[in-house]
Write a protein that binds this ligand. Structure first.
Ligand code: UT7
Length: 326
C-alpha cells in the first residue's frame, strides 16, 4: 500500500499584519501589493521560535488522528528558519512533545521543502524505516525578513502545517512525484551569512547578510515556468486531464505564479487552493496549511486527486500527485 496523510492540522500566530502596516513607513501601498502578489495580510509571530509554531499544530494533528503521541516513531521538520543551526528543530519538537522513542531530522529545500519532505517521509514509511512520521512544514520567516526592504518584506509570513504519514488502508495516498534541484538559481534567493561560507561576525550583523536576499524578477520568471511545467508534466506522465484533478495545491508565493500554473493545467479557478491573501508566503508551511484548511472545512474530500506543486530557493521545484485518503 502507498503511504499517505492520515491526519493533519495547522497553526498561524494570531498577530495579523495588514499591507497598511508596511505603507506606513515604506514606499509601498496596498494596491501595489495586492495587484502584484495577491497578498492582503500575513501573520507575524510576536515571540517564540519556529518550534513554537509547530507544537500546537502537531498536538492537534495527533489528536485528529486519535493516537497516542508515543506512537510517532519519526519526526521530520522542513524549514529554512530552524530554531538553531543545530540541533535540528526535529529534535526540539520531539523533546517538547515528549515523544520517547523516535528518530528524525530537518530538511532544507526552502519553498519546495514540504514536497521534498513529504516524499522522504512516504518512502521511509513504504520502505519500513518508519511506521508513523510526524511531518512538519513550518517557517518563521519574520526571523530572517528585513522589514526595511520592500522587495521582500511584504511577501512573507509565519505559519506551520503538520501531517501524520502512515501506510494507506487502500490504494489512495502518494501516487507519483517529480522533484528537481538546480543550484544555478542560488544567488537570486539566498541568506548569505551565518553559515560556514560567511560565519556570523560583527560585520555580518551590521550588514544585511542575515536577512533574505531576493531578486524578485529572475525568481518570478523561473517560478512561473518551473511550477507550470512540472505540474503539467506530472499530469501528462499519469495520463490525467484537467477533469481528473480535483485540486491544485500550489505553493503560495505569488498569486500570479499560482494563476499561471492553474491555467497551464487547464484548471478553473475554483479548483485551485489560494490563501496567500490571508497568510502571504510561509515557505515550507504554505502547502500543508492549504491542505489542512481545505480538509477541515470539508472542501477536500476522500478520493480527490490532487497535485501539489512548488518552486523555491535553490532553485528547487516539483509536483506530487496524491489521492486524498481521509
Ligand atoms: O517562494 C519563494 C520564491 N519567491 C518567489 O516566488 C517570489 C517571486 N517574485 C515575485 O513574486 C515578484 O517578483 C515580486 C512580488 C517580488 C515583485 O514583483 P514584480 O512585478 O516582479 O516587480 P519588479 O521587481 O519588477 O519591480 C517593479 C517595480 C520596481 O520599480 P521601478 O524600477 O519600475 O520604478 C520596483 O522597485 O516595483 C517596485 N517595487 C515595489 N513598489 C511598491 C518593488 N517592490 C515594491 C513594493 N511596493 N513592495
Amino acid at each position: 500500500m502507498p503511504a499517505t496523510i492520515t491526519a493533519l492540522s495547522h497553526y498561524l500566530p494570531p498577530n495579523v499584519v495588514p499591507n497598511s502596516y508596511f505603507s506606513r513607513y515604506l514606499d509601498t501601498n496596498d494596491e501595489w501589493i495586492q495587484s502584484r502578489t495577491g497578498i492582503k495580510e500575513r501573520r507575524i509571530a510576536q515571540s517564540g521560535a519556529n518550534s513554537d509554531l509547530i507544537i500546537p499544530a502537531a498536538l492537534k494533528a495527533i489528536e485528529n488522528r486519535g493516537i497516542d503521541k508515543q506512537e510517532i516513531d519519526c519526526v521530520i521538520v522542513s524549514t529554512v528558519t530552524p530554531d538553531h543551526m543545530f540541533p535540528s528543530t526535529a529534535a526540539i519538537v520531539q523533546h517538547k512533545l515528549g515523544i520517547k522513542k523516535a528518530w528524525g531530522f530537518d530538511i532544507s529545500a526552502a519553498c519546495s521543502g514540504f514536497l521534498f519532505a513529504l516524499t522522504t517521509a512516504c518512502k521511509l514509511v513504504e520502505g519500513g524505516a518508519a511506521k508513523r512520521v510526524l511531518l512538519c512544514g513550518s517557517d518563521k520567516m519574520s526571523s530572517i525578513m528585513n522589514f526595511n526592504d520592500r522587495g521582500h518584506a511584504i511577501l512573507f509570513g509565519d505559519g506551520a502545517g503538520v501531517c501524520i504519514i502512515e501506510k494507506s488502508d487502500d490504494d489512495s495516498g502518494i501516487q507519483d512525484q517529480i522533484l528537481n534541484i538546480d543550484g544555478v538559481g542560488g544567488k537570486h534567493l539566498i541568506q548569505v551569512s551565518g553559515g560556514s561560507f560567511q560565519p556570523s561576525s560583527k560585520e555580518t550583523v551590521e550588514g544585511v547578510g542575515h536577512y533574505i536576499h531576493q531578486e524578485g524578477q529572475p525568481v518570478f520568471k523561473a517560478a512561473v515556468k518551473g511550477m507550470a511545467d512540472v505540474s503539467k508534466e506530472i499530469m501528462d506522465k499519469n495520463n490525467l486531464s484537467s477533469d481528473d484533478i480535483a485540486w491544485l495545491v500550489p505553493h503560495q508565493a505569488n498569486k500570479r505564479i499560482i494563476d499561471a500554473t492553474g491555467k497551464r493545467m487547464g484548471l478553473s479557478e475554483d479548483k485551485v487552493m489560494v490563501n496567500i491573501d490571508k497568510y502571504g508566503n510561509t515557505t515550507a508551511g504554505t502547502i500543508p496549511i492549504c491542505l489542512s484548511e481545505w480538509h477541515l472545512d470539508g472542501r477536500l474530500k476522500k478520493g480527490d486527486k490532487i497535485v501539489l506543486s512548488s518552486f523555491g530557493a535553490g532553485f528547487t521545484w516539483g509536483a506530487i500527485l496524491m489521492e486524498w485518503s481521509i
